[in-house]
Design a protein around this ligand. Structure first.
Ligand code: SF4
Ligand code: SF4
Length: 293
């Protein structure tokens, strides 16, 4: 697999508002996601725990799915949600605030983008760190394995250029699929009754910090291969998430306050360096540095 990612970030931001034929391909899972995030990056239990330990628990958010009557589920807030053995199933991924970005040579607009995407260079701020998610490092190999169209090809189709330069998938055993994903990437929330009100807020994009922390706690306390949860580890993670006050969490609040409507031109947005780097975000090298290397 060989990619030309310069000035793209098609897999790190939600470019549906500027696409002629918006796709829902990357909204994966057993049903229809209750949130509206595109390209959510599902994290493993260990990755969730690492973000929490580093004081970045405030960048994490859950994903649950609406399912039909044929799919195992439970009803909460009037919605049938995917469940495993009666426990609501969920991923934990990275939050996507609106940022002023100009992908594919377009004008700068407010588009939802990964909390770790540098809005100026369109490079990942954690690319060279041990926080870089397995799912991102393997993208789009998983799609190539499954024979599913990639974001790179969709960008090529809409905006031209060559993005996917070599489409041979890379063998990567870190991508968890099937039953071994339970407790490792797909988690089970112990008591559906605790999610009353939460499911409704999730659908409205109105989750509270406390809501998010509860899911992160269950994920961090999960045991791979099972639905059991270490309550002590979960409680510590919940407390750490609620204490978190990272550069990234503060940047999310600033971007949300400054943003215009999704897809609108960002005519005089705050400077990305002021919102993110000045607060401690790792800088990105820019594409010239990569080309030279
Ligand atoms: S972590 Fe980095 S590579 Fe992954 S979606 Fe976010 S910005 Fe993109
Ligand atoms: S969509 Fe493909 S080419 Fe674009 S940034 Fe993602 S991996 Fe790179």
């Amino acid at each position: 697999m060989k990619l030309n990612c310069e000035n793209c970030a098609g897999c790190c931001l939600d470019w549906r508002p500027i696409a002629d034929s918006p796709s829902d391909h990357e909204r994966r899972g057993p049903g229809e996601p209750l949130d509206d995030a595109y390209n959510l990056v599902p994290l493993t239990r260990d990755e969730v725990a690492r973000f929490v330990e580093r004081g970045l628990g405030d960048v994490l958010t859950p994903r649950l799915w609406r399912v039909d009557e044929e799919t195992p589920g439970v009803v909460v807030d009037g919605v049938r949600i995917a469940a495993i053995d009666g426990r609501p199933a969920f991923f934990v991924g990275l939050r996507k605030p609106p940022k002023p970005v100009a992908p594919f040579g377009t004008e700068r607009r407010w588009l939802d983008a990964c909390v770790f995407l540098d809005p100026e260079t369109l490079q990942c701020r954690i690319h060279d760190s041990d926080l870089f998610p397995d799912e991102c490092s393997a993208y789009p190999s998983h799609n190539l394995d499954l024979g599913v169209e990639t974001e790179c090809e969709r960008v090529e189709a809409e905006f031209g250029g060559d993005r996917l330069l070599d489409d041979r998938p890379e063998a990567d055993e870190r991508l968890l699929l099937g039953p071994q994903a339970i407790g490792a990437k797909v988690f089970g929330y112990p008591d559906p009754d605790d999610l009353r009100g939460v499911v409704d807020r999730l659908q409205r994009g109105a989750l509270t910090d406390t809501d998010r922390a509860a899911f992160v706690g269950v994920a961090a306390g999960s045991r791979p291969g099972s639905l059991s949860v270490d309550d002590d580890r979960a409680a510590v993670a919940v407390a750490d998430v609620l204490d978190a006050d990272s550069w990234a969490g503060r940047a999310i609040r600033d971007w949300e306050d400054a943003a215009g409507g999704v897809g609108e031109r960002a005519r005089d947005p705050p400077d990305g360096d002021d919102v993110e780097v000045a607060r401690g975000a790792p800088e990105t090298p820019g594409w010239d540095a990569i080309d030279d290397a």
